[in-house]
Design a protein around this ligand. Structure first.
Ligand SMILES: Nc1ncnc2c1ncn2[C@@H]1O[C@H](COP(=O)(O)OP(=O)(O)OP(=O)(O)O)[C@@H](O)[C@H]1O
Ligand SMILES: [Mg+2]
Length: 451
């Protein structure tokens, strides 16, 4: 039983006060110290999260020297400790000095137990949040692929697959919704291949008007068409020796698909208006957020191209299906935007973390990145709150769902939240949600949620 109670160290030389405090703080595992030396011994052996420290300790009970020395030494030993400094010498300067030295808070004697209880409670709370933030920040270090942050099994598998296929010359198609990291993975794949010192050239087929796309891809000779004032090398050719990334490949118009197919089969291109065939050696990686099978069925995308492009397909899970990743990414982005904006936002409040883990993230990592950027700019104090994140679900999004969908979404969200909070522990998650283990298993099976 004692292990579940958090440890509070009370450094106080007045025995009467010690007794009074003992009655007031039954919720905690209490340790008492009368001197600096005893206090340090307790900190070494018990690592209390929170310490209340009287500044007037023997041999200087009427001054503050021992108290300040203790403050300094405790923080040196255990910098994360929350120290609440108490003093009977109600001097403002002592309070300021203590805070400047790293104390968490300051209060003046005589002790008001209720007030102190509140301060202590908040200190424990803050300690826990800071620990959680630190843990998350540390786990960022084990990134499975350069630049890619995840600790979710399904995404780790994607990274492993990228690693495995990278050294081959197989064409790879990345399937995933907007903002899931398609381009990031394409670049990682290139970086792991033997072609890494050659160019990585990307073209977004959806962003370029149809009339220009052919020339962008294949290049043109001078005078090939009105406005072709000089010879231009196409993107495919400029990737010579490297990797060519065809982004949003589902948006290539049919007419161009024929020309692309020829290149994919014969590995030669002809510039528009040109006569000679130019051999091009490139590794092809493509990506799309569209359902290509549907496009093929409706005749919008050629099946033969699909098979050339997708010797290997890799499906990238949406962020909402990557257990624990939203919070992990949020911390990483927070660090980055702190640095970039010279801000010192410390982390997320518990309600913000809950909001992050339960939000469906239709725009995936890109959307999360934007929200955190905004939050770091908007955060009024040291912590990003749920309000700073502005994650309200839009009214129209609410309306398109019928009741069954709403319930299912709520179920799924609760399950993912529970899994995130318990780091994927099924029994604990079931307990959190108030269902039995078998029921929980049925649910994750029904919703196809990976643990
Ligand atoms: N796992 C991840 N770890 C860290 N950053 C990521 C991760 N996934 C995506 N990002 C970042 O999120 C943003 C979107 O990623 P990216 O552009 O690769 O996605 P995309 O699928 O190509 O998106 P779009 O559909 O918008 O083209 C980028 O800033 C990228 O760096
Ligand atoms: Mg992209």
């Amino acid at each position: 039983m004692s292990k579940s109670r958090p440890t509070l160290l009370i450094v106080e030389d007045d025995t009467g006060l010690q007794r009074q405090l003992k009655w007031s703080f039954e919720d905690y595992e209490l340790l008492f110290a009368k001197t600096r030396k005893q206090a340090l011994a307790h900190v070494r052996s018990h690592e209390p999260k929170v310490v209340t420290l009287d500044l007037g300790l023997p041999p200087d009970p009427d001054g503050t020297s021992e108290g300040f020395a203790a403050l300094e030494e405790i923080l040196k030993l255990a910098p994360e400790t929350k120290i609440i400094v108490a003093s009977g010498h109600g001097e403002r300067s002592s309070a300021l000095k203590a805070i400047a030295m790293g104390a968490y808070d300051f209060y003046q004697k005589p002790i008001n137990a209720d007030e102190l209880a509140l301060i202590i409670q908040r200190a424990f709370h803050l300690y826990d949040i800071e620990t959680e933030n630190r843990l998350l920040a540390n786990s960022l270090a084990r990134s499975p692929l350069e630049g890619i942050i995840t600790s979710a099994d399904n995404m780790v598998k994607v990274c492993q697959m990228v690693e495995r296929v990278a050294p081959t010359d197989a064409s790879v198609m990345l399937l995933g919704g907007s903002g899931t990291g398609k381009e990031l993975l394409a670049k990682a794949l290139h970086g792991l291949s033997a072609r890494k010192d050659k160019p990585f050239v990307a073209i977004n087929c959806a962003a370029i008007p149809e009339t220009l796309l052919e020339s962008e891809l294949f290049g043109h000779e001078k005078g090939a068409f009105t406005g072709a004032i000089s010879q231009t090398i196409g993107k495919i050719e400029s990737a010579q020796g490297g990797t060519f990334f065809l982004d949003e490949v589902g948006d290539i118009p049919l007419a161009l698909q024929v020309k692309l197919l020829r290149f994919l089969q014969e590995r030669v291109i002809e510039r528009i208006g040109g006569r000679k065939e130019i051999p091009v050696d490139v590794r092809i990686v493509s990506a799309t957020h569209q359902n290509l099978e549907k496009l093929i069925a409706s005749g919008i995308f050629r099946e033969d191209i699909y098979y050339r492009l997708a010797e290997i397909t890799i499906s990238i899970p949406p962020l909402s299906e990557r257990t624990g990743d939203a919070a992990l990414l949020a911390h990483s982005f927070l660090n980055r935007f702190n640095e970039e904006g010279r801000k010192s936002v410390k982390g997320f409040t518990p309600d913000a973390l809950t909001a992050i883990s339960s939000y469906p993230w239709p725009g995936n990592v890109r959307q999360l990145e934007n929200k955190i950027k905004r939050a770091v700019i908007m955060a009024e104090n040291n912590w990003v709150s749920a309000a700073d994140l502005d994650l309200a679900v839009k009214d129209e999004e609410k309306l398109v769902l019928n009741l069954k969908q709403v319930r299912e979404e709520a179920d799924k969200r609760a399950i993912r939240m529970a899994l995130a909070q318990t780091e994927g522990n099924v029994s604990q998650s079931a307990k959190l949600l108030g269902v039995s283990r078998p029921t929980f298993y049925d649910l994750i099976k029904q919703y196809d949620i990976k643990v």
